[in-house]
Write a protein that binds this ligand. Structure first.
Ligand SMILES: *Cc1c(COP(=O)(O)O)cnc(C)c1O
Length: 362
């Protein structure tokens, strides 16, 4: 039976003028809407007490398992406002399914897909005024997450878990650099995840593990890091929080195959699906670092980009590592930006939703 949601409206909601000031320059992940969703789970009762509540701090016991053993998973999706004012989600069932995959890996309970989508729908409906006009590329970023909230320091799967959904109005993730081309630091020293590890789960621990490489990248003027599987030192995986693609001069669109250490991105899957419409041949392959960097040097790969819900598609201008620097031949990113527009046009309702990816909320 699906959950029903109790709605407790905030008495401290921002005024129209305050909200307008935030939406004028939302940034990314700094401002949050007036409400949040909370659903509790215990081993005895299953999922219960679903509610939309005023946004605010969470009270947890200091011994809550999540603080000690990182039993936590999350999701990321967006709500888009179309020109007629209606509000839509993009493939939320993929996020619902992936949360379950992540839950399996981290020994957290399955939240039924219908309840996941309903939780998101409830929040977006109550906070609909926070979904910005498209205005270039604005949206409401939605962050569902699940934590082991049971107060217990023993090592086992938590028997008390809480699921939340919060939302944040978002502008362009990398600012203007998002379409101007970013530089990528290549590391085979640090791993964000390993074989048999949690790389295919969307969990905070993978991000904590990626930060040291990310900061090494910053020191070399790079915005993001590309991880190479460090045991064999040759298999290209992905970035800290985004998948990666290369485009060859003859129109192949190649991304590393899903090996269990890479996150199965919704944007990645959507790009593979629309590729043919843009005259590109999608391929999921094992890619070695030498093949990628050598291919850039030889002119085989002329464009590269990274992708994820937050940043959509960001063209890559070049790669750097301790061993050298590689610039992509094509710095106007024609095909990358074509793919970017194709995805954005579907999300914002500017082109026909031929794959049935949009779900109307409001
Ligand atoms: C979320 C995420 C992505 C992108 O997934 P999308 O579903 O496209 O947003 C890629 N890699 C990692 C590690 C991620 O956490």
């Amino acid at each position: 039976m699906s959950l029903s949601f109790e709605i407790q409206r905030s008495t401290a909601a921002r005024t129209d003028a305050e909200r307008a000031a935030v939406l004028a320059d939302p940034g990314f992940g700094v401002h949050f809407t007036d409400h949040m969703v909370r659903i509790s789970w215990t081993k005895e009762r299953g999922w219960h007490d679903a509610a939309v509540l005023p946004y605010g701090p969470i009270t947890l016991d200091p011994s809550a398992a999540v603080f000690h053993y990182a039993q936590e998973i999350f999701e990321g999706l967006k709500a888009y406002r179309h020109a007629d004012g209606s509000i839509w989600l993009f493939r939320p069932e993929k996020n619902a399914a992936r949360l379950q995959t992540s839950a399996d890996r981290l020994m957290l309970p399955h939240l039924p897909a219908d309840d996941f989508i309903e939780a998101v729908r409830q929040l977006v409906t109550v906070d609909a005024a926070w979904v910005p006009e498209a205005n270039g590329e604005q949206s409401l970023y939605i962050r569902p997450f699940m934590i082991a909230s049971e107060p217990f320091l023993g090592i086992r799967a938590a028997e008390g878990v809480t699921f939340y959904v919060i939302a944040s109005p978002a502008g362009r993730y990398f600012g203007a650099a998002g379409v101007a081309g970013i530089d990528i630091w290549v590391t085979d020293e640090w791993a964000r995840a390993g074989i048999g590890g949690t790389g295919a789960a969307k969990c905070g621990g993978n991000y904590a593990a990626s930060l040291v490489a990310q900061y090494e990248g910053y020191e070399h003027g790079c915005t993001q890091v590309m991880f190479i599987e460090p045991a064999g030192k040759d298999r290209v995986e992905e970035l800290g929080g985004m998948n990666i693609f290369l485009i060859s001069a003859d129109g192949d669109l190649i991304t590393p195959e899903l090996t269990g250490t890479i996150l199965d991105g919704v944007t990645r899957d959507s790009i593979l699906t629309v590729a043919a419409d843009l005259g590109l041949t999608p391929r999921e392959e094992r890619l070695s670092a030498s093949e990628v960097l050598g291919g850039i040097a030889s002119g085989r790969f002329t464009e590269a980009f990274c992708c994820g819900t937050a940043a959509v598609i960001s063209p890559i201008a070049g790669f750097k590592s301790h061993h050298g620097e590689w610039r992509l031949a094509e710095q106007s990113f024609t095909r990358t930006l074509g793919l970017r527009d194709a995805i954005l046009d579907i999300q914002y309702g500017r082109s026909e939703d031929r794959h049935g990816w949009l779900r109307r909320v409001v």
